[in-house]
Design a protein around this ligand. Structure first.
Ligand code: 5AD
Ligand code: SF4
Ligand code: FES
Length: 347
C-alpha cells in the first residue's frame, strides 16, 4: 500500500502546512516515512555513515539557555577548558581512529579569543590538511566568523533551536533572540562555510506549528547539515521538571527532513541514543547519515553535561569508535572515514 502523503513529500520535497501537520501528528505514516527516507538516503549516499570526531573543548558558557546544563547560571556545573595542546592530542587520537572531520564544540566562552581559536584551527589544518574542521562555538560577530574561516575552518554548526521568535523567547533569556541566531546563520553561509542548523524535538512549549516553522526556515536557509535531537531535561536548569522529547517524534522528524532535504548531512545524535538505547541505530534507519562520536579526554567527558544521563561519558575514544562501528553495521550501514562533504549536485 502506498502512502499518498509520503509519496507526495518524496516527489515534491514539500507539502502544505496542513499535510505536514498530519505527518507530524500521526503515527500512521511512520513505516512508510522510514522506508521512503531510507530509499532516498541510499540513492544519494549509499550505505555510508560519516564519522565526526567531537571535541568538547570548554564547558564554560556565558549564555543562559533555560534548557541547558552548561548555562552560566548553573552553579553546580563542573567547568573545564582544554588547551591547544590537549585539543591537538585529541585530534591525533582521532586521526589514528580514522576520523577526517574534527568538530570543536563548546559553550560560548570568552576565554578563547578569536586569536586563540584561529591558532587552534590553523594548527589542526597544518597537521592534518586532509581533514575538515568544524566549529560549534555559538553566536559571534561576522568578523570573527570571517577570521576563523580565513584560518581554515570549513564548517560551522549553529542550531537555530526553534524558528519561531515567540517560542525562542520562552527557551532563552532576553539577551538572545531568534533574529540574531538566524542572522548568524546567514552570515556563516555568505562567508562560505558549510553550515549546520537544527532544533530540539519536544522542547518545552513546542507545538506542531513550531516544528513546521522549523522546516520552513530550513527550506529558506538550505543548510548542508541539520542536527536534531530530543530535548532531555537537566536537573540543574529551570526546565528540570519539563517532559523529555520522544524518540518516536525525533525519528519521524528525521525522516521528514531526509525527504525534504535529500542532500543533507543528518546526524543520528547522542541525545537520541540517550533517550533510547538503540536510538542512534534507529536514527540511521530513519534517514540519518552522520554520527559524532566523542573524542574528548575521558577525564572531562562527564563534565560536558548539557542534559542528564548523557551516554559515552565513561568510554575511551577508541571504545566509542568500536562500539559505534558495530552499531552502524547492525543497522545495515557502513562507517566511512573520508571528510564526508555534502552531496548537493544531482537532483
Ligand atoms: N536536551 C537536548 N539538547 C540540548 N541542547 C542543549 N541543551 C539540551 C537539552 N537539555 C542542544 C542544543 C544545542 C546543542 C549543542 O545541544 O540544541 O544547540
Ligand atoms: Fe551555552 Fe549552548 Fe548551553 Fe546555550 S545551549 S547555555 S549557548 S552551551
Ligand atoms: Fe560511545 Fe557506544 S558509542 S560507548
Amino acid at each position: 500500500m502506498t502512502d499518498v502523503l509520503v509519496k507526495k513529500l518524496r516527489e515534491n520535497r514539500d507539502l502544505s502546512d496542513g499535510e505536514l501537520r498530519e505527518l507530524i501528528e500521526s503515527s500512521a505514516h511512520d513505516e512508510a516515512l522510514r522506508q521512503a527516507a531510507d530509499k532516498v538516503r541510499r540513492e544519494r549516499y549509499g550505505d555510508a555513515v560519516y564519522l565526526r570526531g567531537l571535541i568538547e573543548f570548554t564547558s564554560y558558557c556565558k549564555q543562559n539557555c533555560l534548557y541547558c546544563g552548561l548555562r552560566a547560571g548553573n552553579r553546580n556545573a563542573q567547568r573545564y577548558r582544554l588547551s591547544r595542546e590537549e585539543i591537538l592530542s585529541c585530534c591525533d587520537e582521532g586521526y589514528a581512529l580514522g576520523y577526517r572531520t574534527f568538530v570543536l564544540q563548546g559553550g560560548e566562552d570568552p576565554y578563547y579569543t578569536d586569536d586563540m581559536i584561529c591558532d587552534i584551527v590553523r594548527s589542526i589544518k597544518e597537521k592534518y590538511p586532509d581533514c575538515a574542521v568544524t566549529l560549534s562555538i555559538g553566536e559571534k560577530p561576522r568578523q570573527s566568523y570571517e577570521r576563523y574561516f580565513a584560518a581554515g575552518a570549513d564548517r560551522y554548526l549553529l542550531r537555530h533551536e526553534t524558528a519561531d521568535p515567540e517560542h525562542y523567547a520562552k527557551l532563552h533569556t532576553d539577551k538572545m533572540s531568534s533574529e540574531n541566531r538566524k542572522h548568524c546563520l546567514r552570515d556563516l553561509k555568505e562567508i562560505g562555510y558549510q553550515v549546520g542548523a537544527g532544533f530540539m524535538v519536544g522542547s518545552p512549549y513546542q507545538t506542531t506549528e513550531n516544528l513546521i516553522a522549523d522546516l520552513r526556515f530550513l527550506q529558506e536557509l538550505q543548510p548542508d547539515m541539520i542536527g536534531i535531537g530530543p530535548y532531555i531535561s537537566h536537573k540543574d536548569t529551570p526546565f528540570r521538571d519539563e517532559k523529555n522529547g520522544t524518540a518516536e517524534l525525533t525519528l519521524r522528524m528525521l525522516s521528514i527532513l531526509r525527504l525534504m532535504f535529500p542532500y543533507a548531512l543528518l546526524p543520528s545524535t547522542t541525545a537520541l541514543g540517550t533517550i533510547r538505547p538503540d536510538g542512534r541505530e534507529l536514527g540511521l534507519k530513519a534517514g540519518g547519515n552522520v554520527v559524532m562520536p566523542n573524542l574528548s579526554p575521558v577525564q572531562v567527558r562527564d563534565k560536558y553535561a548539557i542534559y542528564d544521563n548523557k551516554i559515552c561519558t565513561g568510554e575511551e575514544s577508541a571504545q566509542c569508535r568500536g562500539c559505534l562501528e558495530k552499531r552502524i553495521e547492525s543497522a545495515g550501514y557502513r562507517a566511512v572515514t573520508d571528510r564526508g562533504d555534502v552531496k548537493r549536485a544531482s537532483r
